[in-house]
Design a protein around this ligand. Sequence first.
Ligand code: BYC
Length: 474
Amino acid sequence: MAIDYQERIPNNVDLAENRVLQRALEHWQPRFLDWWRELGPTDFLGADVYLRTATSVDAKGWATYGTVKMPDYRWGIFLADAVPDRRIGFGDEFGKPVWQQVPGEHRSTLRRLIVTQGDTEPASVEQQRLLGHTCPSLYDLRNLFQVNVEEGRHLWAMVYLLHAYFGRDGREEAEELLARHSGDRDKPRILGTFNEPISDWLSFFMFTYFTDRDGKFQLKSLAESSFDPLSRSCNFMLTEEAHHMFVGESGIGRVVKRTLEVMKEIGSDDPAAIRAKGAIDLPTMQRYLNFWFTSSLDLFGAENSSNAASYFATGIKGRPDETSFEDHICKEGAMTIDVPDGKGGVRQEEVPLRNAMNEAVRRAYIRDCEIGVKRWNRLIAKAGVAFELSLPSERFRRAIGAWANQPVDPAGKPISAEEYAAKLPGWLPSESDRAFVKSLMQRVIAPGKMAAWIAPPDRGINNLPVDYEYVHLH
Ligand code: BYC
């Protein structure tokens, strides 16, 4: 179904047919806009931005490009087309018809998952709200705003589900999604990573590479859900998510490329000499990578999780690409996971498959993360530089699960608490790293010009040239 843009809230869910729901959402809409004005990208409300907007959910219409002021962006409710006669794809109810309504016994669990998912979306907008002031180019500024408006739309997707299927508690939860704030002492966002400040563009690129990729895996897991409206919402969100990860992967690649150019120019790999030329040395990038990768690993939950087992058994949340697995029941079998042995070593534990679902998804995520790292390392190798970026061990710097608060080095080796405390600052961005990176964050807004610490992209957006005026600042 095409999206009806005459509606106050663009949608392809027949909103006009359900007056009560429409009114509830029309009541929420001005609150959302107030939140956007207050906690969305600061000072850019009047800028004309070259953005894509979904006008239908098919291949032709989901990315319609045009110039829009962000507060006029048509946030709406779009579900992927229904799959006729869709059946439950895993767990104890395998093969039965999917649910078009929320089964009473799963109501609170589903609500909690939808709220957790929904909470991350506005959180990321809040985290990134000041970045526009220090954009390295108009191209990057536009990408930041594209990511931001789509995260806003993903919030709409979850708020629609809360309003349409969870009655009064759903409406209350929708209010709370605008009341919690990233980093707020009293009312923080639900998941750890979404309370971390993103105050420079290197962090933004790391976040869109590593944390948005958690989004991809979680959305794919929820797209398998037996609750069909959730599945269809997540399927459509995934089409938009790909660009966010592209921003991260290409952004980091461009920073690496620029650093390699500077290294060649000065004939040195000395971080101080590279920094003196206004580029970011590779060890500093590794420390930023360590920070955001490890923080994002926590977003998959504990390795051994009874919550995860019950989501799988009941059909609420599956594994990404569930059809690619042979066994959709997973009642038999176990996954071997490494856990601390309590004596400074490692021991192996057999975890029943259903309880190990978080770990299975985390492992798939790590494999996906490796792809970009390999690409960046190819650039480095091609430049003849003896340095490799690498993903630290999944045991390193964890706050959730078996390895939470365990002293482990980036290679995954348990070490003494004293050694850990002494070395940890060297494995993560230090105050002086952050101050240096921040010092590079000077706004560049001449069309086609780039800040000195980042190479230009290979191509522009939607076949436009790189020097197109992607954001018109008045
Ligand atoms: N921080 O049994 P466990 C995205 C809690 S990103 C704080 O392992 P479970 C996006 C957990 O809630 C994708 N707390 O948990 C990206 C539980 O609490 P209770 C977001 C955490 O339920 C970029 C306790 O620890 N989507 O879309 O199996 C930009 C026990 O843990 C954390 C989702 O997350 C943490 N990191 O798994 C914009 C999908 N991790 O019950 C957007 C929905 C765990 O003891 N959420 N805890 O109070 C879920 O599926 C699950 O809630 C989780 C946790 C995978 C997060």
